[in-house]
Design a protein around this ligand. Structure first.
Ligand SMILES: *Cc1c(COP(=O)(O)O)cnc(C)c1O
Length: 500
């Protein structure tokens, strides 16, 4: 199985090289040259077995230059070592007749990115070994809060890899800061940078471009890398849980429960693209529902064929979906254009140049058959949280609430009787302030001084235990206290790497 560039500007590479490179060096994303069909009979025979066995069947065909045992080992370390607080890893929760939530938030940071970031570092570490690399890989992350901790948890204690996270000093919540600074793995570093997130991010980009720094790192045996969400190694682990959801659905609804709809709260288009890959592999999907918040570029795109990011950016209560450029859409466009790298490159160059592109009528029709797109505003999102709790005694986080809200709208419009699975992407405790405000019918508050009391309050009100990733944080020892100016980031990085 080889990987092609969506822009036709790179020779095909193996899976391990695609994962090591992250993205195509001259622009573009790696995609598998063909999508393997899964033998569903063989998969059904795994009904009742564990998550890793099912995941192995799904991901192994994509990892041509990995041994079966390597994949099994990586899966076991990611999902079987007690890092997920639910024995099913991603349990399917029945909300109502034909309506289910796939809970993807039982991992170490309470959001769905753990599903990928727990596995990807093991795939990367094996890829390093395959290429006989002697240097250590240094993963640099600039974070506005959440991705930093997910990366620290994923890359912590992985041989051959260091991970250094930079966050804006005073620019993340107290809980986010403690999640990061209480990380104990010896190969991790966490640094607060004076400035805001954009400063932090542009400074990290500057580190990647700094030749002198890279040369000095090389002499010391290090090379820089990132854990970007467009890396194939981040996408692939997500394909597995849609099959896992199907097996659980069959247990609950009986063997005739297909085809079904999948509803995904979408930002960078990674999670929903993973569902599309699962569908292409043979998962009995009827429709994919792409749910956006008020930053509804994708909804407009699927309705009109015009992708236009030239609009006001809105801050919403579902911040992980506050995105105007959905990086992974490029992979879907490449596929629906019939692997037409020329046209894909044209669209992406237009997006880079003018912030917009328009697809032709044929491509639009092809997309139409695949995806129903909708969006939900802040009021509807808050109402979905409140009503779901009142009716089912179940707490949604803000992102999942956007998805449920879009699904309700779809159901009203179409009366589609097919069962639906909603991707539940975060624990409600991760967004306590907004969820509490929804329950109490108040305006979402500005950042609160004492988030720990909000966790307690939400737990009291709902009767749900606080997610283990967020519990007792204030009592854990802090291991990282470095604060620096932007100009000092390079030297701080070198110091940290030598100390570790
Ligand atoms: C990242 C994230 C999303 C968006 O997922 P994409 O793969 O970027 O579309 C949705 N919800 C939560 C909680 C997230 O962290």
């Amino acid at each position: 199985m080889l990987y092609l560039s969506t822009r036709g500007n790179y020779d095909p590479v193996s899976a391990s090289t695609a994962i090591l490179l992250g993205m195509v060096p001259s622009g573009g994303l790696f995609v598998p040259e063909t999508i393997p069909l899964l033998d569903t009979e063989r998969l059904l025979a795994l009904q009742g077995r564990g998550y890793t066995e099912v995941a192995q069947q799904v991901i192994a065909p994509y990892l041509g230059d990995y041994e079966e045992e390597e994949i099994a080992g990586a899966l076991a370390r990611a999902y079987n070592h007690g890092r997920f607080s639910h024995p099913l890893i991603a349990p399917l929760h029945r909300l109502d007749d034909g309506l289910y939530l796939l809970e993807l938030w039982h991992g170490p940071t309470a959001a769905f990115k753990d599903m990928a970031l727990q596995l990807m570092p093991h795939l990367l570490s094996r890829a390093l070994a395959k290429e006989n690399r002697r240097d250590e890989l240094v993963i640099l992350v600039a974070t506005s809060g959440d991705t930093g901790k997910a990366a620290l948890e994923g890359f912590g204690n992985i041989p051959g890899i260091r991970v250094i996270v930079f966050y804006p000093y005073g620019g993340v919540s107290r809980i986010q800061e403690l999640q990061m600074t209480t990380t104990s793995a010896a190969n991790t570093g966490v640094v607060a940078v004076r400035g805001n997130f954009d400063d932090c991010q542009s400074a990290v980009k500057a580190l990647f471009a700094d030749r002198d720094l890279k040369e000095e790192l090389r002499r010391k045996g290090f090379s820089l890398s990132s854990a970007n969400s467009i890396n194939w190694g981040r996408l692939l682990p997500q394909v597995a849980y849609y099959f896992w959801a199907w097996l659980q659905l069959r247990e609950k609804e009986g063997p005739d429960a297909c085809p079904f709809n999948i509803v995904v709260p979408t930002g960078n288009f990674g999670n929903i693209l993973a569902a599309w890959y699962a569908w292409q592999m043979g998962l009995p999907v009827k429709k994919l529902l792409c749910a956006s918040n008020e930053n509804k570029v994708l909804t407009d795109f699927f309705h009109s064929g015009l992708y236009d990011s030239n609009r006001e950016f809105r801050r919403t209560s579902s911040p992980s979906m506050d995105i105007l450029i959905s990086g992974n859409l490029e992979r879907l466009l490449f596929a629906v254009s019939g692997n037409d790298a020329g046209r894909t490159r044209g669209w992406m160059e237009s997006l880079g140049g003018t912030g917009a592109f328009q697809v032709d009528a044929k491509t639009r029709r092809a997309l139409d058959g695949l995806i129903y797109a909708g969006w939900a505003g802040e009021k509807e999102t808050m109402a979905a949280i409140r009503e779901t709790f009142a009716r089912y005694n179940y707490l949604l986080d803000t992102h999942t609430a956007v998805a449920l809200s879009v699904y309700h709208r779809y159901k009203e419009a179409t009366a589609d009787p097919a069962p639906a699975i909603i991707a539940a992407t975060a624990s409600p405790f991760k967004f306590s302030a907004s969820v509490l405000a929804a329950l109490k019918e108040e305006d979402p508050p500005q950042r609160q001084a004492d988030e720990f009391s909000l966790l307690e309050e939400l737990s009291r009100l709902s009767g749900m235990p606080i997610h283990p990733a967020l519990r007792d944080l204030q009592h854990k020892p802090v291991h990282h206290r470095t604060v620096c100016a932007r100009a000092e980031m390079g030297s701080v990085l070198l110091e940290l790497l030598e100390k570790q």
